[in-house]
Write a protein that binds this ligand. Structure first.
Ligand SMILES: Nc1ncnc2c1ncn2[C@@H]1O[C@H](COP(=O)(O)OP(=O)(O)OP(=O)(O)O)[C@@H](O)[C@H]1O
Length: 263
């Protein structure tokens, strides 16, 4: 009998007709529908204020921290329904967010930061926690070299690695990344992209919010463009990368000159 496919038991994230508001006045997402199939990288593109971070917050259950709420629609990771208000339920289901701005505990060491990201695991088994931190150090050898250094002394790129490492300590099945390349030098952006590829090849799905559309589309299987709270374009990443709108608005390419024809 043939072996079952590896991704048999990996759930999909489904977001259906999702509305999110902040207070009474701000409608941040309207009727957003998208899927992250098991083990895929899915990119979310869009201008400032389009609602990308809001979508990640809704999935990771951190909306309430920002005074936001799901007012309609449904989010589910496999059979687990997520309501936008319970980060613990999301982490238990295997969905973990790396927040924008690479927040780390500046006065704690790299090791201590990582351990703070795997507290649930530590309660269950110190051996599993050690295993998780060894996996992080294998992905980020730089962090291993600096494990006893205060996180506040790390470079921006190293802090991004540490923020990702903390999230990986919770052994996510779906990792939510909010602008991992923000403010980083090109070499570091490449390194972060390689690590995202590596994490994904080990079986973890990724929902990636990026301003750096070139990087995001090169990593992603599928992509969605959000515009003022609504999904405007969706499709295979390679196809979207070829559309005029994406090339002009997100890849920084000039529109084709008259007479040259559209790609
Ligand atoms: N805590 C909040 N309170 C009120 N309005 C908010 C809050 N957070 C975001 N918004 C508003 O919701 C909308 C979507 O914002 P969001 O941060 O999700 O966009 P974004 O696409 O992630 O943009 P950016 O790249 O600038 O972070 C914007 O109009 C924003 O001003």
């Amino acid at each position: 009998m043939p072996a079952p496919p590896l991704d048999d038991d990996r759930p999909a994230l489904t977001v259906e007709h999702l509305d999110v508001t902040y207070g009474r006045a701000v409608s941040a997402l309207r009727a957003v529908t998208l899927t992250v199939p098991p083990g895929e990288v899915v990119a979310l593109l869009g201008a400032n204020g389009a609602g990308k971070s809001t979508l990640l917050r809704a999935v990771s259950g951190t909306l309430r921290l920002h005074r936001g709420a799901v007012t309609a629609g449904r989010i589910a990771y496999g059979d687990t329904v997520l309501d936008g208000r319970d980060p613990v339920a999301a982490v238990r289901a295997g969905v973990v967010q790396v927040p924008e701005g690479r927040r780390v505990f500046a006065s704690l060491t790299v090791d201590e930061n990582l351990r703070s990201g795997g507290l649930g695991l530590a309660r269950r088994s110190p051996a599993r926690q050690r295993q998780a931190s060894e996996r992080v150090f294998a992905l980020f050898p730089r962090l291993a070299e600096r494990r006893r250094q205060a996180a506040g002394l790390l470079s921006g790129g190293e802090q991004q690695m540490l923020a990702m490492g903390r999230a990986l300590m919770a052994a996510p099945r779906l990792l939510l990344l909010d602008e991992p390349s923000l403010g980083l030098a090109p070499l570091m952006v490449e390194r972060i992209a390689e690590v995202i590829r590596e994490i994904n090849s080990q079986g973890t799905g990724v929902l990636l919010v990026e301003q750096n559309a070139g990087m995001a589309l090169s990593l992603a299987d599928h992509a969605h463009v959000l515009d003022v709270g609504e999904v405007r374009l969706s499709g295979p990443a390679a196809e979207l990368a070829g559309t005029d709108a994406v090339r002009r608005l997100y890849l920084g390419e000039e529109a084709d000159a008259p007479g040259q024809g559209a790609a």
